[in-house]
Design a protein around this ligand. Structure first.
Ligand SMILES: Cc1ncc(COP(=O)(O)O)c(C=O)c1O
Length: 419
């Protein structure tokens, strides 16, 4: 193939590709695999009940199925859905947004692809970059720009909470918004760590971004008002200098591929133009399923009463299993679990890298994600990136429990043998 620069970049073997490959193989293979690697949300019976009820309502309403499946929506998104989302954001969070502040995309992964490439790369005054003020950060961002040099990131400071718990913070002393920075981006809650940036950290980032005249992109795929996978107090904020990414995926609808962007009207117009070029329109199924539930209160009830307790209980349970399996000979710490569906484990005395640990675990049909992929954009090597793994704790309980025992066993063997 005579590949272009774009072709070479987007056909390369990336972390996200091997992750999705492992995930697909684990879910479709005949061997039992303990899949603690992917980002799939859990199948929560009450949520599936809600989707089933909506599908039945659509089928029973004359013309509704045809409108959902047989029409292109405008590239900004379905008006009924957008208006209902604006009402919900006004009502629940007091955000002063209208339909002109919302664009729909084919999943928030696509939102970030468009946003990063809108802001990063060669610009009129030279190269423009996206700044990630705290890595480890979401693996899915890592390869989205045409050139790896488009991303810059900063190591966090590490707070030790107790012998086996730590938390990352933005290192504001190291953070500088040089003139080449065109946007700042963080996920809150953060994939892979379950970190939730404090309100002070968010307002400090907001101030720095405004002073530099660039937007703060805040990825709210796990946050408030929905899906509400957040277990520590945090104020959801938006202003015209912020671009907030949202998604229907973690409500339990990853396959409808629906993302939303909340931003100033000029950003929404730009996203709409991009959508028209790359996709014509967005899929309508997710928007049609969810729109009436935004007004009826069902989504908010689920995001308060069903989703957060479900994930919090699973997170605490997995922490307990880790404590039981890891004992005192493995020197480890887990990031404070404040949201999302992952635990981030830091091995402090492993004689091998977590990439090697990942390979050994894979041979035992246990899939995790090695830490290295989440540290893109750093200009200096850092041992820490080969000392961590991400574990999805939201899969079937028996798998998570057994998977944690296998991880402990492999780590222990490596420590005992010294290799
Ligand atoms: C932080 C974060 N942002 C964005 C996404 C993309 O989600 P989707 O494209 O399904 O909306 C994910 C998926 O796991 C994520 O973890």
């Amino acid at each position: 193939m005579k590949l272009s620069h774009f072709g070479r970049k987007f056909t390369a073997r990336t972390g996200i590709l091997s992750l999705m490959d492992d995930l697909g193989r684990a879910l479709s293979g005949s061997e039992r695999t303990l899949m603690l690697g992917g980002g799939n949300p859990a199948h929560i019976p009450q949520m599936n009940e809600l989707w089933r009820r909506r599908l039945e309502e659509i089928l029973a309403t004359p013309g509704a199925m045809e409108r959902m499946l047989a029409n292109y929506d405008p590239p900004q998104g379905n008006q009924v859905f957008i208006e209902a989302l604006a009402r919900l954001l006004n009502r629940e969070l007091g955000w002063p947004v209208g339909p002109e502040n919302i664009a729909v995309t084919n999943g928030s992964q696509s939102s970030f692809y468009l946003l990063f490439n809108m802001f990063a790369g060669p610009g009129p005054e030279g190269r423009q970059r996206i700044l990630f003020p705290l890595v480890p950060e979401y693996i899915g961002y890592a390869d989205q720009s045409l050139d790896a040099a488009d991303f810059v990131s900063i190591r966090p400071s590490i707070e030790t909470i107790d012998d086996h718990t730590f938390k990352y913070h933005v290192d504001f002393d190291a953070l500088r918004l040089s003139p080449d920075i065109a946007a700042v981006c963080v996920s809150r809650p953060t994939n892979p760590t379950g970190n939730v940036l404090t309100d002070e950290e968010v307002s400090h980032l907001d101030r720095l971004a405004r002073d530099a005249g660039v937007p703060l992109i805040l990825d709210n795929a796990y946050g408030l008002p929905f899906p509400g996978m957040i277990f520590s107090p945090a104020t959801p904020v938006w202003n015209e200098n912020m671009i907030v990414g949202m998604s229907l995926s973690k409500l339990g609808l990853p396959s409808v591929r629906t993302g939303m962007v909340i931003a100033a009207p000029e950003v929404i117009e730009a996203m709409t133009s991009c959508n028209a070029i790359v996709a014509l329109a967005n899929g309508s199924v997710g928007q049609t399923l969810v729109a009436p539930l935004l007004d009826s209160g069902d989504i908010m009830r689920a995001s308060r009463e069903i989703i957060p307790p479900f994930y919090q209980q699973k997170s605490e349970q997995a922490r307990q299993w880790i404590a039981e399996s890891f004992g005192s000979d493995i020197d480890y710490a887990v990031h404070k679990s404040e949201g999302s569906l992952f635990l981030w484990i830091w091995f402090r005395n492993l004689p091998i890298t977590t990439m090697e640990l990942y390979e050994r675990l894979k041979r035992r049909h246990t899939i995790v994600v090695p830490g290295r992929y989440f540290f893109f954009g750093l200009d200096q090597p850092w041992d820490h990136r080969d000392q961590c793994i991400r574990v999805n704790y939201a899969m079937a309980e028996a798998d998570v429990r057994e998977g944690i025992a296998v991880i402990a066993d492999e780590a222990r063997q490596a420590i005992t043998k010294g290799i």
